[in-house]
Design a binder for this molecule. Structure first.
Ligand SMILES: O=C(O)c1cc(C(=O)O)oc(=O)c1
Length: 305
């Protein structure tokens, strides 16, 4: 199947989606899409009963086609909340990727050592804690601290997803975690606030004071108020998000990651064009050196070394 066919002929795939454009920006060799998901297919890997949304199926074959179409070498596949703590779709995709994917799972406190070992062998290198209220029920902090203590000896890290207004309350918990901590989507700043204002300032301070904390400079399509269309080749799409991402890339060049967030669950107003998302990269990482760190060196160090 061609890439276009894989997208349009995947059963249950969004009717209106013709697939991504081809990016103008040429990714460096060895680039990693460090935040993407697989969903189902539900007939094989059912969604979790406790899920807050039911996505269209987005199977591994479509993800691998996207990877090749955009020019990435590898993926980091992140367990999505709609699959709960059932990591079978993730592990299946990792095993099928032939070493070209690593994963971030979601586990419960009673996960067995054997299950952790199996996941590690398949390529899992982290666990995800979700604090976004529309996506996940509250889990007591001591449960999460126990999970972090369980996965730390494996060399795994913790990925956290939260919204900026909740950072003051979560700050002490995050900064006490015993592992590397990777923040999804820059902690979802309100991009109508100034980039040097107090809200994003707290996030920057957390990274400054805690060298174990990393950030994904991803998801402009979720954070933007200005929306997608690039006015011309020079101006970035989702341009109101660019100063936030660029600030992190330039201040912490060795602790940032980039990902498409494909297949963009819960976006109701538009279906992002992943080619256009790749074209935002030179706006947030303006030099070849910053691009290499963001796309190649950092993800390879965290997931493949
Ligand atoms: O903002 C979201 O809706 C979202 C959801 C999930 C998930 O359901 O895991 O993951 C993401 O990275 C983003």
């Amino acid at each position: 199947m061609t890439t276009a066919e894989t997208f349009t002929k995947t059963p249950g795939w969004l009717d209106y989606y013709d697939g991504p454009s081809r990016p103008r920006f040429r990714l460096p060799a060895g680039a990693v899409d460090a935040h993407c998901h697989v969903f189902g297919p539900a007939a094989v890997f059912p969604y979790a009963p406790e899920r807050k949304y039911t996505p269209c199926d987005a199977p591994k074959e479509a993800l691998f086609a996207l990877r090749d179409h955009l020019g990435f070498e590898k993926n980091v596949i992140v367990q999505a909340t709609c699959h709960g703590t059932d990591n079978r779709a993730l592990v299946d995709a990792l095993r099928a990727a032939g070493g070209r994917a690593r994963g971030v799972a979601t586990v419960s406190r009673d996960v067995s050592d054997a299950e952790l070992r199996d996941m590690h062998e398949a390529g899992v290198r982290g666990t995800r804690f979700n604090f976004v209220k529309r996506l996940a029920d509250f889990t007591p902090r001591e449960v999460l601290a126990d999970i972090a203590a369980r996965i730390a000896p494996l060399g795994w890290h913790v990925v956290v997803y939260f919204e900026a207004q909740d950072l003051p309350e979560l700050y002490d918990f995050f900064t006490a975690l015993p592992t590397t901590v990777v923040v999804d989507h820059m902690g979802r700043p309100d991009v109508t606030q100034p980039v040097d204002g107090p809200e994003f300032g707290l996030f920057v301070r957390m990274m400054q004071e805690h060298p174990n904390i990393w950030s994904k400079v991803s998801c402009p399509e979720r954070l933007s108020r200005s929306g997608p269309p690039a006015l011309n080749g020079e101006q970035a799409a989702y341009r109101d998000v660019v100063p936030f991402a660029r600030r992190l890339v330039e201040t912490f060049p060795d602790r940032v990651l980039w990902g498409t967030d494909w297949p963009h669950p819960n976006l109701k107003d538009h279906m992002p064009d992943d080619g256009l998302l790749v074209d935002t990269i030179p706006h947030i990482a303006p030099t070849p050196e910053l691009q290499r760190k963001l796309l190649v060196d950092n993800p390879n160090r965290l997931y493949w070394s």
